[in-house]
Ligand binder design. Structure first.
Ligand code: NDP
Ligand code: MG
Length: 404
């Protein structure tokens, strides 16, 4: 029996993880769950899974949950505050930690799980983008197991030799073909992009995901973050990774070896496949995902990404090449711009303008320690706030760069 802690259990990846675990109650036990403020959802999850511990970042929500649990006669312990998430990540009862908090908020608990030597199921790509060298070093030092949950990286992991080591390029690997769905605006003309709404941006054609990653998918920043994620996970350079738009989201990524062999992992677009793979690895367990109807699909297509309409991917490629704290700066600027877009304050096409403006004005440094990463994140958010307040309601031309 293995104990599993889920950081971000009330989100999309968290819910899929609980779905897979509920199919394997003889082998897996939920020991801890966490959320930011959604105590109502967490209460339902406590009824269904009876964790020993839960943690909420929001203290008022934590008090509400503690009262409801007591009234229901459930003995789950309720922790509160940001520090409680790290405590959960280190719990001795947790053999595996699912890192499924969205954004930079996931960095410290994800690092804590790596330092504690857990099997780390990594969905929180932002943690790796911000502090890849620190996270990989923590995994090596503690002997933790790092299994990617992001569908593309899980696909790549499945196509690599079992003996591969996190952060080290496997022998014989020539390049990685990182597939991208292209998002909901794949065929949208450039002049229409400035007026797309948050609801349209979050209506992903193939995947049902949280709002932040859905917008990242629509701007192609998600693929940019994933490029950086792939470089850290598999010890490759940005030039070793080719982004390929594949609108059907059936080939989750491919690996090319020096002999010309290309291995791919295919499946329906359902996060329960990578989650189940990571929970059961090196075995294979039932995940609830239906068989792939390859004949019904008929054809799979591949094309180049359009960097003129989707400049976020170009900006991420630049940050990936530059390294140091620039990916953390890119990530923070993106988080701020996406949040402002989701609140209706910023146009869709202003997102890359804010990010480019921040990249140009916040100086990057080598990543020496966690403090340098957190300082870069803070400086980038301050710069982004200024640019966002100047841009609110404006319709800049992302190609010309209205803020240049
Ligand atoms: P959701 O927005 O659906 O869920 C986010 C979770 O994180 C919720 O449990 C939320 O709690 C919690 N959370 C948010 N902010 C904080 C905070 N400040 N402190 C503590 N907890 C917080 O996100 P997704 O599940 O879509 O994505 C999670 C991660 O997985 C992201 O990094 C994403 O990039 C990655 N990922 C997701 C995929 C998907 O299919 N969804 C695919 C590949 C990667 P609350 O509900 O209380 O707000
Ligand atoms: Mg992905």
């Amino acid at each position: 029996m293995k104990g599993v802690a889920i950081l971000g259990s009330t989100g999309s990846v968290g819910a899929s993880t609980l779905d897979v675990i509920s199919r394997h109650r003889e082998a897996l036990k939920v020991v801890a769950l966490t959320a930011r403020s959604n105590d109502a959802r967490l209460f339902e999850q406590c009824i269904a899974h009876r964790p020993e511990v839960v943690a909420l970042e929001d203290r008022t929500a934590a008090t509400r949950l503690a009262e409801r649990l007591k009234a229901a006669g459930i003995a789950t312990q309720v922790l509160r505050g940001a520090g409680a998430l790290e405590e959960v990540a280190r719990l001795p009862q947790a053999d595996m930690v699912m890192a499924a908090i969205v954004g930079a908020a996931g960095l410290l608990p994800t690092l804590a799980a790596a330092q504690a030597g857990k099997r780390l199921l990594l969905a929180n790509k932002e943690a790796l983008v911000m502090s890849g060298s620190l996270l990989i070093e923590a995994v090596r030092a503690s002997g933790a197991e790092l299994i990617p949950i992001d569908s593309e990286h899980n696909a790549i992991f499945q196509c690599l030799p079992h003996t591969s080591v996190a952060g080290r390029k496997p022998a014989g690997l020539r390049r990685i073909l990182l597939t991208a769905s292209g998002g909901p605006f794949l065929g949208t003309p450039a002049e229409k992009l400035c007026s797309v709404t948050p609801a349209e941006a979050c209506a992903h054609p193939n995947w049902d995901m949280g709002r932040k990653i859905s917008v990242d998918s629509a701007t192609l920043m998600n693929k940019g973050l994933e490029l950086i994620e792939a470089c850290w996970l598999f010890g490759v350079t940005p030039d070793d990774v080719q982004v390929v738009v594949h609108p059907q989201s059936v080939v989750h990524s491919m690996v090319e070896y020096v002999d010309g062999s290309v291995l791919a992992q295919l499946g329906n677009p359902d996060m329960r496949t990578p989650i189940s793979h990571a929970l059961s690895w090196p075995e294979r367990w039932e995940s609830g995902v239906e068989s792939l109807d390859i004949v019904g699909l008929g054809r799979l297509t591949f094309q180049e990404p359009d960097l003129a309409r989707f400049p976020c991917l170009r900006l991420a490629q630049q940050a990936a090449r530059a390294g140091g704290t620039l990916p953390a700066i890119l990530n923070a600027a993106n988080e701020a711009a996406v949040e402002s877009f989701l609140c209706g304050h910023l146009n869709f096409t202003s997102i890359p303008v804010v990010i480019e403006g921040v990249l140009n004005c916040v100086g990057a440094m080598p990543v020496r320690n966690l403090e340098s990463v957190l300082a870069a994140d803070h400086a980038a958010r301050q710069a982004a706030a200024k640019l966002i307040s100047r841009l609110e309601g404006a319709t800049p031309d992302p190609v010309a760069g209205a803020l240049a």
